[in-house]
Ligand binder design. Sequence first.
Ligand code: NAP
Length: 244
Amino acid sequence: MERIVIFGATSGIARAVAEEFLAQGDELLLVGRSADALKILARDLEVLGGGKPVPWFIWDVLDFEGHAFRFRELISTHDVKGLFMAAGVLIPQKDCDADPAKTTLTFNSNLTGPAAVMGLFAEYFKEKRSGFISCLSSVAGDRGRGSITAYAASKAGLSAYLEGLANRIQHDGVLIQTVKPGYVRTAMTEGLQSMLIASPAKVARDIVKAIRCRREMIYTPFYWRYIMGVIRLIPESIFRKLGL
Ligand SMILES: NC(=O)c1ccc[n+]([C@@H]2O[C@H](COP(=O)([O-])OP(=O)(O)OC[C@H]3O[C@@H](n4cnc5c(N)ncnc54)[C@H](OP(=O)(O)O)[C@@H]3O)[C@@H](O)[C@H]2O)c1
């Protein structure tokens, strides 16, 4: 039985994506760093899926020494047809400025950790000549951002990594998909007020549909493509004054 790995399964967006896959009959494997949270989520999804068991697996994206071992352990017990990568953190820039360890944590959680994990799955899918990796990057990575400098740079790096991965293995039957959400209502954006904020369910529908259509890059909701198109055209001297 082939499963879709949901990495960072406790994320607000990932949970909605898991529900969408489940509704379409897919089998899942939930991955995260907290056994308690995964157990609760697995039970909820099991009920939603009509009693079908949903297994879970502990894996911390920051466990660099353990990645190869965890990966081998996972694929020796499960047949995998796709990876949805959602792990990430948004640490306020002022905290990164006050403590360089927070900048390092931002890059390791959003870029180097996910890249190390996705690299292992990419080789596995390449060997199988099938499969997909869909990863949550962000519109924030489309420009250098003063207000969220470390977060935006980590997402810019992540988008570039995914583009490179796609270029490398696109002829091997593997889909590498970069997802660039705008604002989504989750724990990460708690307290944020914006007319543009989308529900995780809406974003999840877009993502799963785009995987079925084998699209390599999506903005979600769709209008962020146009917003970012305009934002990318703003000259640096003006962009700087906007304080974004
Ligand atoms: N919400 C937005 O507006 C928005 C917009 C654009 C992109 N994104 C991206 O979407 C992704 C999901 O975000 P979200 O909004 O759903 O936020 P969220 O609910 O805060 O989810 C973040 C997820 O990352 C996991 N995570 C963090 N560090 C980890 C680690 N060391 N190992 C394993 N998992 C780890 C968290 O696990 P724990 O539960 O164990 O902490 C949680 O599952 C992130 O990459 C984020 O940057 C979000």
